[in-house]
Structure formats: structure tokens, C-alpha cells
Design a protein around this ligand. Structure first.
Ligand code: PLP
Length: 379
């Protein structure tokens, strides 16, 4: 079913092939492959001098094609947020997939257990009841899952809340069939956006120091952590230099959206949304790319050629900008927007228009998008 869906999307968008990037049906999602390759290359070079390896988070891009480029550049596998993303990656030939999240709900757990028959999958757990459900499912499916205990290192989302809880969970895990304890995940999400780099470094170090305490307690109790997974784009070079951390989960570096902005140098904007000026009155222009076509979470999108204009408002179908004499745009012109937040932008589209040298050279389907559904991906 995954291959059929991908083929369907490729066919649906094939009329875009060969077109210049500014002549697409709008709103259109554009992936500048030249820039994405440079971002991947830059990360590969930076990681050479760091201790950890890279396991990019693909919730940002949901694309096996991009994941393959990352693996070819040295990534050890990928991590995902959902079972559906994991299934697509695994079926597309990515050999080592970590669901860096808890999986809840019977059908999703069953789908995960089934998928684990066909590829190496790991999952984060922070609750013994959830672990029990996973164990039941893999036993019924005849598969096996590697598990990382998620540790809350200060973000206050998932993760056991103390070293004692980690040890207790590891002890319980060892009693469950079909689950293999491999280590810990300690995503320091609360540090990512700290604008002051000195403060970010201090916060990330504190988070990893705490993770170290948990790792030591687990080791004392007989549970050695082979895998220590942490980090994101904002901390990749801080957490990636921690001798205990084995892998970095950075994902957004491939695209760089306005949310990540200039937090980390060396990466450029590879993802844009093409919109058309559909309304023009006086100094107000309105693009056909509202919040149904570009993610506005956390930070607003900006126009590539006019970065100094702040959007007045993003409605469902409309993006309103108040401009001045510097603006050359006319009714019917197309413009590219840099998304506020890339993951929620990508999630709105069926396909990337993959652009090289300004021309669409390929269509890369985005499956799964939306919340995903077991019936769609089965078979
Ligand atoms: C568990 C986990 N790891 C890694 C990341 C990747 O972060 P980024 O996209 O900033 O690189 C996220 C992002 O939300 C996450 O939730």
C-alpha cells in the first residue's frame, strides 16, 4: 500500500516536472535539494569532530528519499515520532528506526509489533503499563523490540521522573518477553530554543549531567546503557560532544525554518512554500498561502525576497502583508515563504516539488502525513 500511495502521488504531480520553481500551482511545497544536500553535508562534517553519531528525526520531513541521503552521509538510522512514520521508513529500506516517542493505543501497538517482524525497530518507553502492552503485542506477533527508557531531563514531557523510576522500569522490562533494554533517551527539548548560546550550553550540560546520573544508577543496578540518545538541532554540537551520548536526534537542520532561524550557524533554508498574490489593495497584498498551507507555529513565516515585512495575519487561506514602496509584487506574481515551523508545514502536503538549479526535477511523496491510519498503511 505504501508503494501504491507513493506512485499515486508521483503521478498526480507529474505535470510539475521540468517547470521553473516560480511557476507551480500554488500553494506548493518546494524542497531545494541543492540546499538540503549542503545542510546534510555540513552536519556530516561537523559530526566528524563530535563524539556522537547522528540519528536524524524525520518527523520534520517524513521522506524516505531525504532519509536515504542522510544515511548515505553517515547517519546510523532515523528516529520518528509515530508508528506510521516508522513503518514508511522501515519499508523504504531504512534499516535502523527508533520511535523516539511513546506509542499508545492497541492498533498502533499491534502495527508496531507487526512492523518489527520486517526491520530493526526501537521505541521509547516511560511506563510499565505501556511496556506490558508492547510485550504482549510482540509476543503475539512473534517479533521483538528494542526499548530505550525515556528520562525527563527537564522538559517535563515524556520520561521517567527520577533515577529510581528508571531503575524500577528497567527491572520490570527485564521481566517482559520480547523487549530488549538498550539504553536511554533524554531529549533536552527545553534547551533547544534558548537564544543565548552560553545559557543554552549551561542548560544542555545540566540536562546531560542529570542523564549521566540516571545512566550510572542504571549501571549500578546491572543495566548498562549501550545507547544514549539525545539532542536536537539547537544543541547538536553541545550534546553531541558529551562523551556519554551515543547519538543525536537532530532533524530540523535539513530544512531550517524560521523557528530555528539563526540558532545554529552553517545551515540554510531548504524548504519554502510558493504562494500567489491573489489580492492587492493599496499597501496590502494577500497571498493564497494561509495557515492551511504553511506552518505558523511558534514563529510567523516570512517572504524570501522581502524578509523585512512581518505578516499582519495568517488566516486559513490568506496571508496578509502590509508592504511599502520597496515591494515590487503585483497581482498574480508568485513568492516564496519560509515556513514558521517546518514539521507542521510538511504535514499539510502530499508531495515535495524537488528543485535543482531552479527547476522541478522530481516529486517526493509525503507519506504518512496527517495523523496516519493503520488501514492506509496496511499490506
Ligand atoms: C524526541 C525528539 N528528538 C529530537 C527532536 C528534533 O529536534 P529538531 O527538529 O529541533 O532537530 C524532537 C523535536 O521535537 C523531539 O521531540
Amino acid at each position: 500500500m505504501i508503494a501504491q500511495l507513493q506512485e499515486y502521488v508521483r503521478r498526480a504531480y507529474r505535470s510539475a516536472l521540468g517547470r521553473p520553481r516560480n511557476e507551480l500551482v500554488t500553494p506548493a511545497l518546494i524542497l531545494d535539494l541543492d540546499v538540503a544536500r549542503r545542510n546534510i553535508q555540513f552536519m556530516t562534517e561537523r559530526l566528524r569532530s563530535l563524539k556522537a553519531r547522528l540519528r536524524p528525526h524525520i518527523k520534520v520531513q517524513k521522506s524516505p528519499e531525504l532519509a536515504r541521503l542522510q544515511v548515505e552521509a553517515g547517519a546510523i538510522g532515523v528516529c520518528t515520532a509515530t508508528v506510521w512514520e516508522a513503518m514508511v521508513m522501515s519499508r523504504s529500506g531504512i534499516e535502523d528506526v527508533l520511535i523516539a516517542n511513546q506509542v499508545g493505543g492497541r492498533e498502533k501497538i499491534n502495527a508496531l509489533a507487526e512492523a518489527a517482524k520486517h526491520g530493526h525497530l526501537s521505541v521509547a518507553v516511560d511506563d510499565v503499563r505501556n511496556a506490558g502492552e508492547l510485550s504482549d503485542a510482540v509476543q503475539a506477533a512473534g517479533s521483538q523490540l528494542d526499548v530505550l527508557i525515556e528520562v525527563d531531563v527537564g522538559m517535563g514531557r515524556g520520561g521517567v521522573r527520577s533515577p529510581d523510576e528508571a531503575v524500577t522500569l528497567a527491572q520490570r522490562l527485564s521481566q517482559f518477553s520480547g523487549l530488549r533494554f538498550r539504553g536511554v533517551q533524554g531529549y533536552e527539548g527545553h534547551c533547544m530554543l534558548e537564544p543565548d548560546r552560553t545559557v543554552r550550553i549551561a542548560k544542555a550540560h545540566a540536562a546531560m549531567d542529570y542523564l549521566g546520573v540516571v545512566i550510572d544508577r542504571l549501571a549500578e543496578a546491572g543495566f548498562a546503557c549501550e545507547v544514549v540518545s539525545a539532542g536536537g538541532t539547537g544543541t547538536y554540537d553541545i550534546t553531541g560532544n558529551n562523551p556519554r551520548v551515543t547519538e543525536i536526534q537532530a532533524g530540523s537542520y535539513v530544512f531550517m525554518d524560521n523557528f530555528h532561524g539563526n540558532l545554529v550557524p552553517g545551515f540554510s533554508r531548504a524548504l519554502t512554500v510558493l504562494g500567489t498574490v491573489v489580492i492587492q489593495h493599496g499597501n496590502t497584498i494577500v497571498l493564497d498561502s494561509g495557515r492551511k498551507s504553511v506552518g505558523i507555529d511558534f514563529v510567523l513565516p516570512t517572504i524570501v525576497d522581502y524578509p523585512f515585512y512581518q505578516a499582519r495575519y495568517f488566516a486559513e487561506e490568506h496571508a496578509l502583508f502590509d508592504v511599502d514602496e520597496r515591494c515590487q509584487l503585483k497581482l498574480g506574481d508568485t513568492v516564496e515563504l519560509i515556513p514558521g515551523y517546518a514539521p507542521t508545514t510538511v504535514n499539510l502536503y502530499d508531495a515535495y516539488h524537488v528543485v535543482e538549479n531552479g527547476v522541478v526535477v522530481d516529486i517526493w511523496p509525503i507519506i504518512p502525513r496527517g495523523p496516519g491510519h493503520v488501514g492506509i498503511l496496511r499490506d
